[in-house]
Design a protein around this ligand. Structure first.
Ligand code: SF4
Ligand code: SF4
Length: 185
């Protein structure tokens, strides 16, 4: 895991140029399941105030939302910090407007991957799922822990079925686009 000080900063506040703005971006995001409440955001900051990631990095849910509403598509989707959200749902619990920011982040991450901005760590996890059917290898230690807890042995993943599902969802093409982009930046 990268240390907080090694994370590339979310682009600091700078004057926005016309060329940075894609005004339809918020509609593009809001049409995805989970992000429908985006336009209800009042920018009150309750989400940022309770976010445990915001406490140790420059990631701010309110800023991400503000940038989405402004139309800063490239800035939002290419940001490394978008991948820092720990999906703890604190922001959703605090939001009086029911914006459901955790779900908005999922939508933004999916869009970022399709645009070729997948975070390296997530790409590695995806490759392992395709290859082994699991993110983490099953070790003897895990097996022992399961035995001690009287849990049944884990079944071997149905890798062929998993690959068929991923292929029908267009996952290999998404991975290829993300890999191409990572080679050109
Ligand atoms: S998402 Fe909710 S809590 Fe966060 S700034 Fe918008 S209205 Fe406030
Ligand atoms: S879900 Fe993500 S953005 Fe929301 S409070 Fe937790 S870490 Fe922060």
């Amino acid at each position: 895991m990268e240390r907080a000080e090694d994370i590339k900063s979310y682009k600091p506040d700078q004057p926005i140029q016309d060329s940075d703005v894609q005004s339809g971006f918020k509609y593009e995001v809001a049409e995805h399941v989970g992000a429908e409440g985006l336009m209800r955001c009042l920018k009150c900051g309750a989400c940022s105030g309770g976010c445990p990631v915001a406490a140790v990095t420059d990631y701010r849910p309110r800023k991400v939302l503000g940038d989405v509403l402004l139309g800063l598509k490239d800035q939002v989707l290419s940001s490394d910090t978008l991948w820092l959200c720990a999906a703890c749902f604190t922001c959703e619990e605090r939001c009086i407007q029911e914006v459901n920011f955790t779900d908005v982040v999922t939508v933004l991450r999916n869009m970022a991957v399709r645009e070729g901005f997948a975070a390296e760590g997530y790409m590695e996890m995806a490759k392992r799922v395709i290859q082994f059917g699991r993110v983490s290898p099953l070790t003897r230690q895990v097996e022992r822990m399961r035995e001690n807890l009287n849990l049944p042995p884990l079944q071997e993943p149905a890798i062929e079925e998993l690959r068929a599902i991923m292929e029908s969802a267009g996952f290999p093409e998404i991975m290829e686009a993300a890999t191409r982009r990572s080679k050109t930046v």
